[in-house]
Ligand binder design. Sequence first.
Ligand code: BGP
Length: 509
Amino acid sequence: MTGKEMRDMSFPTNFLWGGATAANQYEGGWKEGGRGIAVHDLMTDGTKDEPRRIYCRNDAGDEVTILQGECIPFGYQGFLKEGYYYPSHNGTDFYHHYKEDIALMAEMGFKVYRLSVSWTRIFPNGDDLVPNEEGLGFYDRVIDELKKYGIEPLVTILHFDMPLHLANVYGGWADRRLIDFYLRFARTLFERWKDKVTYWITVNEINVLGGYWTLGLASNHRKNQANSNQGETPVEDAGIKLQSIHHLLVASAMANRMAREINPDFMLGTMCALSGIYPATCHPDDVFGAYEFRRKALMFSDVTMRGYYPNYAASIFDQYHFKLRREPGDDELLRDNPSDYLAFSYYRTTAFDRNSPNTTTTGGQQAGPNPYLEKTPWGWPIDARGLRLVLNELYDRYQKPLFIVENGMGNVDIVEEDGSIHDDYRIAYLRDHIMEMKKAVEIDRVPVLGYTTWGCVDLVSAGTGEMKKRYGFVYVDLDDKGNGSFKRMKKDSFFWYQKVIGSNGENLG
Ligand code: BGP
């Protein structure tokens, strides 16, 4: 390719630049407008080294503590324990700041804004027959505000959101009846916004969902004390999780079918966490190990994009001594209703080392360290080149458009005396990743629909519950324990991203 040819190519003019958030970390207003309680409302704050917790008790009053991602012991329910801080109750208060925040997004030139709908704001218990009109009204106003500025809403139906009632009464997604409740929720949104929303994501990061927190699961084994299995997924829990994700995959396919009947022009995606995996060395066992490890993530996008479980899924299930239970018609549903595009999050890459393989994960994430990469203060390896690789990998595999719906760097920001925030580390991270995306689009010809950075306005970290792990272009005055005014302030990256979008990705500064 000549230099001239390269210069003539660029991002398509309708490329969707923007940012992404999720209700559970951003919205707040947890007891307003008739909203019901979700499991994430019971999750305390944590730190990089201290996992977030959920306090649980049974009818006899015995208490245990579970960590984020774990299943609740059978017979127990989560509760709010006095004296602890629960960051999702206020998030960063989009509920009361949506007009201001959307105006800031518009000022940056956003073409798209990815938001999620809080399930319990629409169906407070999850299994209610009639939706909560007040909750729908809130999102009507948000969507209308976006439309006012010509910003395309990208709506995630389910983003780490589990109505407490569904978890406690049904045992969450392990129970197939949740498919019907989810479909009632999805239908309500599709019908309500059929003329206003084109881009949908049925489920966020379907491959990494787990435990009580996101799937509402109870464990078959009884936990005697807190932290008894910290960081590990017991084999039997992995089985419940995989079965539950199967229910979600079926629900997602049924939602695709329903959505296409409501508006055939909808663009439907399911979202997977697909940060990349490398072999730690060129030793054949590392290379094949990395390949197998990657399949633990790709298995799920294979189902949503190709419409069937791949051949190798059976060997993954064998590792967990798990036998998938399918109902008649499941295979046809998956086959006939694949997604239109693959949405994915990309933050980092990790490396598979045959000598210390991560055997506990079921979602194909976090294989092991890579000595060649620098890390964020939270230890996430920074690898912009990996994004180009993953874009190529996924397009080679599926031949359907891709949408990068999360990317970014969590970091501590310092507010100077004059109120300025010099986040050049964030600009550097995003610039390098956009450059690699640009190469994938322009040189490799990978069709990418858009790019939404994670946490465009600062929000609570899902992984640690901290505020100081910030991703945004807009700073929110709030600390790790909920002190602050919620005041919004523009960071240097705000003005940088404005230029990126204004030049359609040509001026990366
Ligand atoms: C993804 C989630 C987001 C977001 C992001 C960053 O897995 O979809 O909700 O939180 O990761 O992670 P963290 O908030 O832990 O830094």
